[in-house]
Design a protein around this ligand. Structure first.
Ligand code: ME8
Length: 648
């Protein structure tokens, strides 16, 4: 019976269309899954989408959709991109799937009943208008990262998971399974930074937003996102918390590998194993945290229009070029840099020159010299040995790299075969052999050796570039050689190659392609989005007149004004209030120069408690209006009126 192999990717957030970085992960796991299938394993490959949480709820509301409508749309886009780049998943799970939701509720229940989950309270910083909790580190300058307003310390009732209870067992598992975390360097980080200092209990429910799976026995709460997300790996294959898991689950679990990005290694190597221990389930065999694809020349940003998407890349270069480029751009222990310019270079050098040219030259020579017939005439020479041994030895080397998840290096080993074959053409000079009829057998043997090597390379290439490899093999009228036979040389009896094969990759004119790409980027530039501050968005609750009358408003005349050093937004104003002068720091430097303000009469709140901004004490607040496009205007009395006058 075939040995099973269960492989997963992280499930992508349905907050927006996935960029090339998220897509890379799906391609990476896909190539690993295809490789294992070709090795004869019974592979099950699961990927999918992570669809709950406050962020998604907010995005949906901004888009004027219900959360479900929103996630349906984005999950559809994610699936379409995975399909486009050839991700051969067996299951695409969505955390909004009814069976997943039901199991998450049951899991929560079970963990609560057995005492691993308890009710407590979650303390954080609360932004009232946004109804959002933030941790200290999420705040920006001590304010709400979304709207920039003041936040206050608040408590929210929440359920927690007792993480610390399982820390020692987890450490022991690390010790006994040195291959559990890859790259190995991350294991010590987990031990020293998280496990040794003592694990904090994890908040597993929230009541400040609605878009989540309700806790079955306490519907005010929704399950907080990591317990919902991580359990996809078991619910997707038929886990049942009541003990009625499916046969498929019993066969597939534990997972052989979770392929994830480096930013979520902690969740997969600490929280996830601990949840599994609590459920009494075996732990995954390996968690591989790959590096990130970063954009050469600056961060990808929607407003700059320069986010790289796989579907755009595929449109310009084809699906397999995208797969090859992403997979080879990523070194194992580091991040990979990508750019439109470099993919053009790679398509031209590796794909058109090394691979495409090798295949088309070899086929063209067989057509020219032997009417397309390739067969072994056994006129071997010592010079052939190196080519043969590179081809024969390739599979073993590729396997070693794949076992260590070094996919980029594995592909390099395959291209070593193609490079060696190109060199063999230069060494043997078939065109010179063709001039001497007595060398006909030698020429046939050279073309045979070349074809054999190429067929071995192409058969190994299938998991990484399936369409290209199959297309090229079809040009030789061959199907892929099985991995069992891919280390054997000389299996072809006689073949007839295609008469007029299509080029696998055309050489690109970098300048022309870049012009088109730049046009696309230009057309996608959006203006930087300003926060919309219509009175709709900041509608406040009604207050009593007494409360309003606590605010002291007076007319202030600006007598001096200057920019605040180290700040782009702030101006320091000195104002005259008739009976006194005050210093006010105001965030209006984008709207006015200091010169424009000097001599003007403005309105000001004069009884606010002083605050320090950039080290300067601000003794009041200038009143301004801001429209939805972010245009700012100060408010001024309609008649020339004495400074210091009260406003009521
Ligand atoms: O983290 N390069 O979802 P996600 C390479 N829903 N990989 C990248 C990347 C980049 N530039 N940017 C992101 C989540 N990734 C959670 C996972 S799993 C139970 C829950 C990777 O959509 C990232 O590291 O933010 C993660 O593995 C995957 O893409 C999905 O990221």
């Amino acid at each position: 019976m075939k040995e099973k192999y269960y492989i997963t990717t992280a499930i992508a957030y349905t907050s927006s269309k996935p960029h090339i970085g998220n897509t890379y992960e799906a391609i990476l796991a896909d190539s690993m899954a295809r490789f294992k299938r070709a090795q004869g394993y019974d592979v099950f490959f699961q990927t999918g989408t992570d669809e709950h949480g406050q962020k998604i709820e907010e995005k949906a509301s901004l888009a004027g959709k219900t959360p479900k409508e929103y996630v349906d749309d984005v999950a559809g886009q994610i699936k379409a991109i995975w399909d486009l780049v050839g991700v051969s998943y067996d299951k695409f799970i969505r955390t909004t799937d009814a069976d997943h939701e039901k199991q998450v509720q049951k899991i929560f229940d079970k963990l609560y009943k057995q005492g691993d989950i308890y009710k407590g309270s979650y303390e954080g910083w609360y932004c009232t208008p946004c109804e959002s909790f933030w941790t200290e580190s999420q705040l920006v300058d001590g304010k709400c990262p979304d709207c920039g307003r003041e936040v206050k310390k608040a408590k929210e009732e929440a359920y927690f998971f007792k993480m610390s209870k399982y820390a020692d067992r987890l450490l022991k598992y690390y010790e006994e399974h040195p291959e559990f975390i890859l790259p190995v360097s991350r294991k010590n980080e987990m031990i020293n930074n998280f496990l040794k200092p003592g694990l904090q209990d994890l908040c597993v429910s929230r009541s400040s937003f609605k878009w989540g799976i309700p806790v079955d026995f306490d519907s005010k709460h929704v399950v907080y996102v990591w317990l919902d997300a991580l359990t996809n790996y078991i619910t997707g294959i038929g886990y049942d918390a009541d003990g009625n898991s499916t046969e498929q689950f019993n066969k597939l679990w534990p997972a052989d590998i979770h392929v994830i990005g480096k930013d979520i290694i902690r969740f997969h190597t600490i929280y996830w194993p601990i949840f599994l221990m609590a459920l009494g389930l075996p732990l995954p065999k390996r968690v591989y945290g790959h590096g990130w694809l970063l954009q050469d020349g600056g961060k990808m940003s929607k407003s700059k229009g320069n986010v790289i998407y796989a579907d755009d890349m595929a449109k310009f270069f084809g699906k397999d070029a995208v797969r090859y480029y992403c997979l080879t751009a990523m070194p194992q222990d580091n991040d990979g840099l990508i750019s439109w310019e470099s993919i053009i270079d790679i398509v031209n050098s590796d794909l058109a020159n090394v691979l495409g040219n090798l295949v088309s030259r070899t086929i063209a020579m067989s057509n020219k010299y032997f009417n397309g017939i390739v067969e072994n005439k056994n006129a071997n020479e010592p010079i052939d040995e190196e080519l043969k041994s590179v081809a024969i030895g390739a599979y073993k080397k590729v396997c070693e790299k794949m076992d260590d998840c070094k996919v980029s290096d594995a592909i390099e080993e395959i291209f070593t075969v193609f490079r060696r074959a190109n060199k063999y053409i230069d060494e043997t000079m078939p065109w010179a052999l063709a001039k001497d009829e007595s060398k006909s057998d030698r020429l046939a043997t050279v073309l045979y050796n070349l074809t054999e090597s190429i067929v071995i390379g192409l058969s190994l290439l299938i998991p990484f570039m399936p369409d290209t490899a199959n297309k090229a093999l079809a040009q030789f009228n061959l199907s892929p050689r099985s991995f069992e036979e891919v280390s054997k040389f000389g299996l072809i009896k006689q073949i007839k190659v295609s008469e007029n094969p299509e080029m696998l990759f055309k050489r690109l004119d970098g300048k022309v392609v870049m012009e088109e790409i730049n046009k696309m980027i230009e057309s996608r530039k959006e203006p930087e989005k300003k926060e919309i501050k219509t009175h709709e968005a900041v509608k406040k609750e009604q207050i009593e007149f007494d409360e309003f009358s606590k605010v002291e408003l007076r007319v202030a005349k600006v007598i001096a004004c200057e920019k605040v050093e180290k700040s782009k937004k702030l101006l320091k104003l000195t104002v005259d209030l008739g009976d006194e002068q005050r210093t006010v720091v105001s965030g209006i430097a984008n709207a006015y120069t200091p010169e424009e303000l000097i001599g003007k009469k403005l309105t000001m709140v004069t009884n606010l408690k002083p605050v320090k901004l950039c080290g300067i004490e601000s003794q009041g607040m200038i009143i301004c209006a801001e429209d939805k496009d972010g245009k700012i205007s100060y408010l001024s009395p309609e008649k020339d009126i004495e400074q210091g006058s009260m406003i009521f």
